[in-house]
Design a binder for this molecule. Structure first.
Ligand code: G3P
Ligand code: CA
Length: 242
């Protein structure tokens, strides 16, 4: 089994992150997986963006949770990256699911619930996935493991991945307790003996964010389950010649 290549926030290196343009590019290059981040608007719509604030990646300011979807749609989410992408908007999860109608890889949805600001987001996401792409393999991840536990209660078949910076003291038992099948580890933690030990316990290891060709190569050599990268095209080219 080869190491899968997941496009981080779409193809983040050459498109404005977490936009439809970024996800189109991720599909165009043949990514095995696509990673994105979700938040809830003031009117409880699920939108795709990395930060809780819109300041960095749009021409607006403030917290997502304080805007309605209609208000958020006024902002430009592409110009900050390049004038070429002027007019890109913050996408909803539904728009992304519709865009991915022919995508047969894995969708990795990260709940950005680190500060517990979005009550009900797990149920909303589960409903949208069921309604728009029930057939799509989805991996739910979060640094907030309570979010994953909630997701498992909503959908006992949901595939969960613990987002972690470092190896845990008792990683297998904890992973099992949460009901996860994978760990998404910060790359220095993943590119170590830990990965092999986790895999021996049946836990998948996906490393983030692997952007240097040397580290991509090492991940392939180590047989990690996946890398999550801003450069999916580079990683796929390297893997083709591996
Ligand atoms: O899923 C891996 C990675 O996306 C987690 O960190 O901050 O880029 O969402 P971040
Ligand atoms: Ca993420």
């Amino acid at each position: 089994m080869h190491t899968a290549v997941f496009a981080h926030r779409g193809s983040k290196s050459n498109r404005p992150e977490n936009t439809l343009a970024a996800f189109e590019e991720a599909m165009r290059v043949g990514s095995d997986g696509i990673e994105l981040d979700v938040h809830l608007t003031k009117d409880k719509q699920v939108v795709v963006m990395h930060d809780e604030k819109i300041d960095r990646t749009t021409n607006g300011k403030g917290q997502i949770k304080n805007y309605s979807l209609a208000e958020l749609k006024q902002f430009d989410a592409g110009s900050w990256f390049s004038p070429k992408y002027k007019g890109e908007r913050i996408p909803t999860l539904v728009q992304v699911l519709e865009l991915l109608s022919d995508f047969s890889g894995i969708l990795n949805i990260e709940f950005k619930t680190d500060r517990n600001v979005y009550p009900g987001i797990e149920l909303k996401v589960a409903q949208f996935v069921r309604q728009y792409r029930a057939d799509l393999p989805v991996v739910y991840s979060s640094f907030n493991h309570e979010s994953l536990i909630r997701m498992k209660k909503i959908d006992p078949n949901a595939e969960l991945a613990l987002l972690l910076w470092e190896r845990l003291a008792d990683p297998w038992r904890y992973t099992q307790q949460v009901g996860a099948t994978a760990q998404h580890l910060w790359q220095p933690s993943a590119l170590s003996e830990t990965a092999h030990q986790l895999q021996q316990h049946g836990i998948k290891v996906r490393a983030w964010t692997v952007n240097k060709p040397k580290l991509m190569q090492l991940s392939f050599e180590m047989g990690l389950d996946a890398i999550i990268t801003d450069y999916p095209e580079v990683a796929l080219d390297l893997r083709a010649n591996f």
